[in-house]
Every structure is written in C-alpha cells, then in structure tokens.
Design a protein around this ligand. Structure first.
Ligand SMILES: NC(=O)c1ccc[n+]([C@@H]2O[C@H](COP(=O)([O-])OP(=O)(O)OC[C@H]3O[C@@H](n4cnc5c(N)ncnc54)[C@H](O)[C@@H]3O)[C@@H](O)[C@H]2O)c1
Length: 392
C-alpha cells in the first residue's frame, strides 16, 4: 500500500476518543492518516473538545461529517472504525464493506443477530479485512494463558466480574433527544445496551473462547431484575447475572456479573481448570498441577511444589489503553500489509461471542432454558429474538 493507511472513525464518543488518540499516535509514526471523523452531534467533533480526551489529536486536514453515510460516500478510506451504540447501526458496515473498506467494529457488533449476520456476509462477500474490539486478546497475561492451554483440555472456567453501574463514565450520544435515557447512560438501559452481559460481559465471554480455543455451543442464564422503582435513577438493566456456557469440546464456564448501584468496587476473579491443572491469578499468573511421569507420586506434594509461574506480575489493566492501542496498531498493520494472520479475531470469528450473550438474554427470558447457539442463530423458533424490532 502506497503511503500511510487512510482511516476514518464513525462515532467520536467515549470509546471513539480512545481510538482517535491511538490513531493520532499512529499518525505521528506515519502509519496512518486520520482523514475523516463522523458524528451526528457537532460538539463531539470540535477540535478542543476532542483534544481534552485525545491530546495527540490535531484536526489538520481531516474532514468532519455529520453522518456515517456521508463519510462513506465522500471520503477516500482504506479502513473505518465503527464506534457507536450497538442499536444504532443502519447498514453502514455493509456499505463500507461493499466499498472495499476494511472494518473495525466495536463490540457488541449490534444487538440483533440477523443484522450481525448481514454485516458478516457483506464483509465476506467483499473480502475486506475486519476485526472486533476485544482488546483483552492482546493482554500479555491472557496471551500466556492461551499459550498454556493450547495443548490441554480446559474443563471449566469461573469468572466473577463484580462491578457497579457507576463505572460507565461519560457518554456522548445525546440519547435524551433520541428517545433514550435522559441521563445519556445508555449502557444502563436495556433497549440501548441489550443488557450488561451483552454490552460488557461480552468481553469476558470472548475471553473464555480465547482461553479454551473453542466455541460456545449452548447457554443457560438467570438474571436478577432491578426493582422497577429504581429504573428512573439506576436504569432498567438487571443487578446480577449468572450465565453458564457449554463449549463444543465439553468445557463448562460460569460468568457471574454484577451491576449494583452505590457499590464503588470493581473486581475480577478468574479460575481456569484444565484436566490436570488449576490456573490462578495471583501476584503472578500461576498453574498448579503435578507434571511428574508417575502418578500418583509416592509422597503427596505440597502446593508450592506443583506451582508453575506462567507470567510474572504485576499485571497491567487488561481492559486498558495499552492493549487497546495494540489492537488498533495490529489492525492497521494487518490492513496495510494485507496480513489477516496478524489479527486475533475477525468480525466473523467474533459472532460466536455475540450470539452467546444475546442467547443468554433469551435463556433468562425463557426461565433458564438451555439455548443451543446453532438453533438460536438459524432456527425459526428464535427468529423474533434475532430481528430488529419493528417500531412502525
Ligand atoms: N472495547 C471497549 O473496551 C469499549 C469501551 C467502551 C465502549 N465500547 C463500545 O463502543 C461503542 C460506543 O460506545 P461509547 O462508550 O463510545 O458511547 P458514546 O455514547 O460515548 O459514544 C458514541 C458516539 O457515537 C455517536 N453516534 C451515535 N449514533 C451514531 C451514528 N448512527 N452514526 C455516527 N455516530 C453516531 C454519538 O454521537 C457518540 O459521539 C459501543 O458499542 C460500546 O460498547 C467498547
């Protein structure tokens, strides 16, 4: 490819600003040229306001657009980042793919599986490179864990994500003018976010696939609904989620996800069990498992004797800027060099993570019924759950 990659961003909000910062840094390294930004709210495109969150940004000769459609019609782009609320897609990913533009889609790609399938089909047909915004796949400890499990069978994973609804930060979509929540916290709203498991728990769900080297086969879920008297102040998403995933090769995983109000605590616990070892996140990333040739050993070993360090601490922030920058950098390199092998996922390969969280909602609605993703994604019985609701 001659010269730096020409890139654009659709949606310059909380997450879009992080991509603006990363792409501006990559522009300073002459890897890209940030040629276009699109957002329907002009104040989100003001240079000073962008710089307050993305200090490396200079508007320069970047063109600003009021809609994705206008940008895709007019700008000369090699790659585009879609960073909008997941219920706001309107065929733009398909148009970008048809125009031969590589696609970076933030997670969750959409709230409606039929729409995701249509986006994936357009990307496949056009043969453009694509990826989805799962930065934890670039986290060094998680990469080490994936390498450790490569020649093992993961049997179970327990993930507990204890987080509060206050953790959502500033949002830039003017939902108050769009029939959405008056306080812009669309992530706490069921209709806009899909649920917290769809909007946020998709990260953990995707990580489970990353560590098992496997695909999710079925889902069962039970949520604790938030009391309606709290919807006005806290949003209408559930306060607690228990989701069980069954994997194709037999592993079972639990995702326990909490979103209480007033609890200013964010913690993760992850336990990964393989046939003969237990992986634990301590000050270092460690695996406990006896690796001697003869089993059982003559003398019962102490835990410290079967302890193997997989990665040294301290661990960085898995969701943080370093891994997101790496994700952006890798996508830029993959597109510039036409090297799909540099990517850790594609739009299409991420569909299983999306289907799993969308089906978790359905399982909860059907009182914990086991939902097989094959049937969820293709069966007539689930057609109404896959389609965008008709508001006419
Ligand atoms: N990977 C991550 O860690 C991560 C973190 C935060 C958000 N996200 C994802 O990024 C996406 C955006 O979230 P956010 O937190 O930035 O929300 P946000 O509301 O802060 O920003 C969204 C931006 O998109 C704009 N927008 C809305 N509809 C649009 C449309 N049709 N065309 C063009 N622009 C439009 C809004 O004006 C706003 O500026 C979501 O899918 C979210 O789940 C990912």
């Amino acid at each position: 490819m001659a010269g730096p990659l020409k890139v654009g961003i659709v949606g310059v909000g909380q997450r879009g600003l992080q991509h603006v910062e990363h792409l501006s840094r990559l522009q300073a390294e002459e890897e890209v040229r940030l040629v276009a930004l699109a957002d329907p709210f002009p104040e989100n495109l003001e240079e000073q306001s962008i710089q307050s969150r993305a200090p490396a940004y200079r508007q320069g000769d970047a063109t600003l657009y009021g809609s994705a459609g206008e940008m895709l019609r007019e700008a000369d782009l090699d790659a585009v980042w879609f960073v909008i609320p997941p219920n706001q897609h309107g065929g733009e990913i398909e148009i970008a793919a048809e125009r031969g533009i590589a696609i970076f889609a933030e997670k969750p790609q959409t709230l409606f599986y039929d729409e995701a399938a249509s986006q994936a089909e357009a990307i496949r047909r056009a043969g453009v490179l694509s990826t989805a915004g799962f930065q934890m796949r670039y986290e060094p400890w998680y990469v080490a864990l994936r390498e450790y499990t490569a020649d093992k069978a993961v049997t179970s994973i327990t993930m507990v994500h204890a987080g509060g609804i206050e953790g959502h930060g500033v949002k830039y979509t003017h939902t108050e003018t769009m029939g959405g929540p008056g306080n812009r916290m669309w992530t706490a709203n069921r209709e806009w976010s899909g649920s917290s498991v769809v909007e946020a728990g998709i990260h953990q769900t995707d990580l489970m696939r990353y560590w098992t080297h496997d695909e999710i086969d079925w889902v069962q879920a039970a949520y604790v609904e938030r009391d309606p008297s709290l919807h006005e102040s806290e949003g209408d998403n559930p306060t607690a989620y228990t989701v069980v995933y069954g994997f194709k090769r037999g592993a079972v995983a639990n995702l326990i996800f909490t979103r209480p109000a007033r609890v200013y605590l964010n913690e993760r616990y992850d336990y990964v069990l393989t046939t003969h070892s237990q992986v634990k996140f301590e000050d270092d990333l460690v695996a406990y498992g006896y690796v001697g040739d003869t089993y059982p050993p003559a003398d019962r070993p102490d835990a410290s004797e079967v302890r193997q360090v997989l990665a040294r601490g301290p661990q960085g922030d898995p969701m943080g800027g370093a891994n997101s920058l790496e994700l952006d950098r890798r996508f830029v390199e993959a597109v510039a060099q036409n090297r799909p092998d540099l990517l850790k996922n594609t739009f299409e390969s991420s569909l299983n993570s999306l289907a799993a969280v969308l089906a978790a909602n359905v399982s909860h609605e059907l009182n914990g019924e086991r939902i097989h993703l094959e049937e969820f994604t293709t069966g007539e019985r689930f057609a109404r759950y896959r389609a965008r609701p008709d508001k006419s």
